[in-house]
Design a protein around this ligand. Structure first.
Ligand SMILES: [Zn+2]
Length: 1016
């Protein structure tokens, strides 16, 4: 037989496009349209409904950037449509090729009840089925004219990302505003033909099935009278029934479809718009759940539920009912889909605490899965946190975005730094916006790496970010793919159903140990430095506030600020969303974030001040008290206590000596640091061992400037070629003595470059084996990357970087493509590298990004390992003025440091002591540990208001630790708990409590949460 495939396929495309799809709505009449443009920010629904309208016509421009227009449509169903299904078709001027990211609407009835969202791929509103004819129609659309930021030519700098710079030019033209007849038979025919046409294109040409489908399609097209599609659609469908009824083969891949809309909690729109995006999408999805009995919808991010609860209670009531029916499934159990690289140990834990607690309290639902489809990499600390939150599964899709290496599994056990293993699934469909296209379904089946031992995968299905979620078309397609020869099978399922099946069929999946590093978006560890510092400052202040407020509550009866801390934590957690903390949002989001963090800092400082005042007693007492919130003693003050201070490790006096050849030598009896005439560190000698830290011939704390213009995703990406060009900022405007006193030796170095200036203060303090480096940059560069380099005389193949509840190792070399791809990585408070017996730490209170490289010196054969902290970038998309202005950073070089020193100095630099004048001699700590390897992560009162003290500790060095936690109050009971402060039901290291404390034996990096009940 002749091969006429192309002919039939082209015929199918033209007839579908030009005849069949237009016949879905065979008759229409225009609606009357009027509008009210809200003058500024969105208004309450009642106000929008009541506002006076003026006429507007199809074709008219509307919608200034970020504006809200209340559009009213009215009309009458023609009498001759009686018995037909009637819909309103409301096209706000959508670009259907871009399913979200543009204008959107939420449709209301005149009484203010929401109907559904309007989105580019979802423009219909059902009016009547069947219509009586003559019905009066009145609908109101709250239309948001959000501008397109990521356009067809992506990543061009734009001023549209902030209402303060976006101007007032209308962005949209009102398109179709009609009442129309909906012909369900024709619509079903479209679905049949789309499914078969898309399946056919994926089938092997050598196979019979492809030809059977092709001939059936041809016969169906033959049955259509092109002048009477509506009258002949049923006959055409009948000719397709046979091929649609052929069942899938037994070995077919099994896809669990999950209704989904990935809604970024802020990104190319401000936080306030996400509230409305969620309301529109959930209005759509609750409506679709009513129409489609098999459909199941999943939504993550407790914050998004909390928003609609507060701002759109009518929509929330529908969500709550659908959750109770088991059809609308809360997923993930985190407050938001956060970044996981940068949040602190406690913050990562609290994401789960607040997320899971919200779902439990609102719905009585406890999730077992972590749901992070779009997060930019996953730390080795995360598995233990997931497990301690009472969950056991993880879903993400993002690792498929890696530029270089293809991940070897789709279903596997992911093992974290402490040995916790989490059953993890990467959807092989490689998207979290699946639309049930044949190409996607076939890709999932072909791409699945675990064929032969596993059969199930998940497909998050629906348009996100303002696309409105799953469409009725996707549901119709999924129904046809339920059991169809040549295709993977598709079922709507809850994530828990998928994970249970996947785990049952694959009891011994392969294991991946360590972080899930995303080989992309590496610059998100640096972009928008002020947002990142706001996060870090808030995390540190929350630690202090919980500690001192709990201490004051137990000691003095000062009321514990439960409500304030709960609210502040949720705000901090929200801003860890995977486009806010990473710095990839528009200017508006980061401008607001900075202001929000400033407000939180003021609130937390007030809470800390109030608690410390209560503990210190009357200021008239005149005693200076040093409060130490760090987990290690300092200046003679125990961890979590206050005392007179000033009795730290004995250090010789500090001195600064000028050098004949320029520069200075700083010394404090522990370190001798030489700063040359350029203000660079040419030597840092650990006086206890005589060991030099800086590589021979090299200079440390060298600021380096690179051009930084990635190929795509400007705020997100730094491409490896940035390193090819570098400018060393060696010229100094001045190098002067900043302090020469018994308790500190310091020099100050000022430099200028480009349009920017930098002032650095290098300080040795008495008794501290640490060179503190405070940097203030007035940054006015464009598309540049600023690094601070520390070339160290250390020979090592790996280095440690702190992450949540421990640290992980990365190679210093580039042996494999996997090693080479990690050319920019994350640290929390320290990076550490060593040779047996001697090491160096670089600690920071300010930054997350770094890189480590190695060279071998020609002259002496020694190895130079260079650590560089990433300070600032200056991308122009999506915020055209990213990071312009003043920034302050604090880093330190710690020669002669082992891992325990790195841990300790990291905390000390992040949690400066506070001095308060009071009347008491000292404040005893609530709890004390006799083993430095066991580090206190949090001291707080239990969230249930019982008055119990919750103490979270972890083994910080990566070894075994035995220690005793003693309480300064009578202890009535001590129970190990999960992160939600519920009794722990898993296995635990040895924990034995008595009336005065708890004896602990911890595995490497093991975290333990203890609930301590004070006795009488
Ligand atoms: Zn996202």
């Amino acid at each position: 037989m002749h091969d006429d495939r192309t002919l039939v396929e082209s015929r199918l495309k033209r007839v579908l496009d030009e005849r069949i799809r237009p016949a879905v709505h065979p008759a229409s009449v225009p609606l009357e349209v009027s509008v009210w443009t809200a003058p500024g920010e969105p208004v309450p629904v009642a106000e929008g409904l009541a506002a006076p309208r003026t006429p507007i016509a199809v074709g008219d421009a509307w919608g200034a950037p970020w504006g809200t227009s209340w559009i009213t449509v009215t009309g009458t169903v023609p009498a001759e449509w009686a018995g037909r299904t009637v819909e309103a078709l409301l096209d706000l001027g959508f670009d259907a090729n871009m399913p979200g990211f543009q204008c959107e609407g939420l449709v209301y009835r005149p009484d203010g009840t929401p109907v559904k969202g309007l989105n580019p791929q979802n423009q219909w509103v059902r009016i009547a089925a069947p219509a009586a004819g003559g019905e009066r129609v009145e609908l109101h659309v709250e239309a948001a004219s959000n501008p397109v930021i990521l356009d067809y030519h992506p990543f061009l700098p734009t001023e549209l990302g902030d209402k303060e710079t976006a101007g007032s030019e209308p962005r949209y033209e009102l398109a179709r505003m009609d009442l129309a007849v909906f012909d369900e038979t024709v619509w079903q025919l479209v679905m049949d033909l789309e499914v078969l046409g898309e399946l056919m294109a994926e089938l092997p040409v050598e196979g019979a099935r492809r030809w059977e489908v092709l001939r059936a399609v041809e016969r169906a097209l033959d049955a259509i009278d092109l002048q009477d599609v509506n009258g002949t659609a049923a006959a055409a469908r009948a000719r397709l029934a046979g091929v649609l009824a052929a069942p899938a083969v037994p070995s077919a891949h099994r896809i669990s479809a999950v209704g989904h809309a990935h809604i970024d909690s802020a990104w190319l729109w401000p936080l306030r718009e996400t509230v409305r995006k969620v309301a529109r999408t959930t209005a759509n999805m609750t409506a679709l759940l009513e129409d489609e009995p098999d459909f199941v919808y999943t939504m993550s991010q407790a914050q998004q539920y909390a928003w609609i609860k507060e701002h759109r209670p009518e929509v929330y009531a529908r969500v709550k009912k659908a959750v109770a029916d088991g059809r609308f499934v809360p997923a993930g159990g985190m407050w938001v889909e956060s970044d996981t690289n940068m949040p602190s140990s406690e913050a990562m834990a609290r994401q789960f605490v607040h997320g899971k607690r919200f779902f439990l309290e609102e719905f009585g639902v406890e999730n077992q899965e972590a749901w992070l489809p779009d997060t930019f990499g996953f730390t080795g600390g995360l598995p233990q946190i997931i497990r301690n939150a009472g969950s056991k599964w993880l879903l993400t899709q993002k690792i498929s975005w890696s530029q270089v290496n293809k991940f070897p599994h789709h279903t596997f056990l992911w093992e974290g730094i402490d040995g916790t293993r989490i059953f993890t699934h990467f959807p092989p469909v490689d998207t979290y916006n699946c639309s049930m296209k044949g190409s996607e379904i076939a890709h999932a089946a072909r791409n699945f790496r675990d064929k032969g031992v596993a059969r199930h995968s998940i497909a998050p299905t629906g348009w996100g970010d303002g696309g409105g979620g799953t469409t009725r078309e996707m549901v119709a397609k999924a129904a046809r793919l339920r059991d169809l020869e040549g295709s993977a099978t598709v079922r709507w399922e809850r994530p828990a159903e998928f994970f249970a099946k996947a785990q049952a069929e694959y009891p011994q999946p392969p294991v991946w140990v360590g972080e899930l590093y995303l080989e992309l978006h590496r610059a998100t560890l640096t972009s928008q430095a002020r947002t990142k510092q706001g996060n870090r400052r808030s995390e540190n202040l929350l630690r202090e506030a919980e500690l001192w407020c709990a201490t004051a509550a137990l000691r003095t009866g000062l009321p514990y600020p439960y409500e304030e801390l709960d609210r502040i934590w949720k705000t901090v957690l929200l801003h860890q969303f995977h486009d806010i903390l990473p710095g990839s949002s528009i200017a508006w989001v980061h401008r607001e974030a900075e202001a929000t963090y400033a407000g939180l800092a003021a609130e937390l400082e007030a809470l800390i001040g109030r608690a410390q005042r209560a503990l210190a007693g009357d200021a008239a007492g005149g005693r200076e008290l040093v409060f130490n919130a760090a987990p290690h003693a300092r200046a003679g003050v125990p961890a979590g206590a206050a005392g007179p201070g000033g009795t730290g490790p004995a250090g010789a006096g500090c001195s600064v000596t000028a050098r004949a050849e320029g520069g200075f030598v700083l010394a404090n009896g522990l370190l001798s640091v030489t700063v040359d005439g350029d203000g660079l560190v040419v030597s840092a000698v650990d006086l206890a061992t005589g060991r030099e830290t800086v590589a021979p011939g090299a200079r440390a704390n060298l600021l380096q400037l690179h051009p930084d213009f990635p190929n795509m995703w400007d705020a997100w990406d730094v491409d490896e070629f940035y390193r090819n060009t570098v400018t060393d900022l060696t010229g100094a405007d001045s190098v002067t003595v900043a302090a020469d006193a018994p308790d500190a030796a310091a020099v100050r170095v000022a430099r200028s470059f480009g349009s920017s200036t930098v002032v650095q203060t290098l300080t040795l303090r008495a008794g501290a084996k640490r060179l503190d480096i405070d940097t203030e940059v007035d940054w006015h560069e464009t598309e540049k990357f600023l690094k601070a380099a520390f070339p160290l005389d250390v020979h090592t193949e790996r280095y440690a970087a702190e992450t949540q509840f421990g640290h992980l190792y990365r190679p210093t070399h580039t042996n494999t493509s996997w090693d080479a791809a990690k050319f920019e990585a994350c640290n929390h408070r320290f990076v550490h590298l060593d040779e047996p017996g001697w090491g160096v730490a670089l600690v920071t209170a300010s930054t997350y990004g770094h890189d480590v490289t190695r060279t071998v010196r020609e002259d002496d054969g020694g190895t130079t390992t260079t650590v560089r902290f990433s300070l600032l970038r200056a991308p122009r998309f999506p915020d055209p003025r990213t990071d312009q202005g003043t920034h302050r950073f604090r880093h330190a070089l710690v020669p002669g440091a082992g891992i325990p020193d790195a841990v300790r100095e990291g905390y000390l630099i992040s949690l400066p002591e506070r001095t308060v004048t009071g009347s008491v001699e000292a404040v005893r700590p609530l709890v004390e540990l006799d083993e430095d390897a066991i580090v206190v992560s949090a001291v707080k009162l239990a969230d249930d208001g019982s008055g119990d003290l919750v103490v979270r500790v972890y083994e910080a060095n990566g070894g075994r630790a035995r220690g005793r936690l003693t309480t300064s109050f009578p202890l009535a009971g001590a129970v190990p708990c999960d992160l939600l402060e519920r009794p722990w039901d898993g296995t635990r290291g040895e924990i034995a409590a008595d009336g005065a404390g708890v004896t602990l034996a911890l595995r490497p990096f093991e975290l333990v949460t203890l609930r301590l009940t004070p006795g009488a």
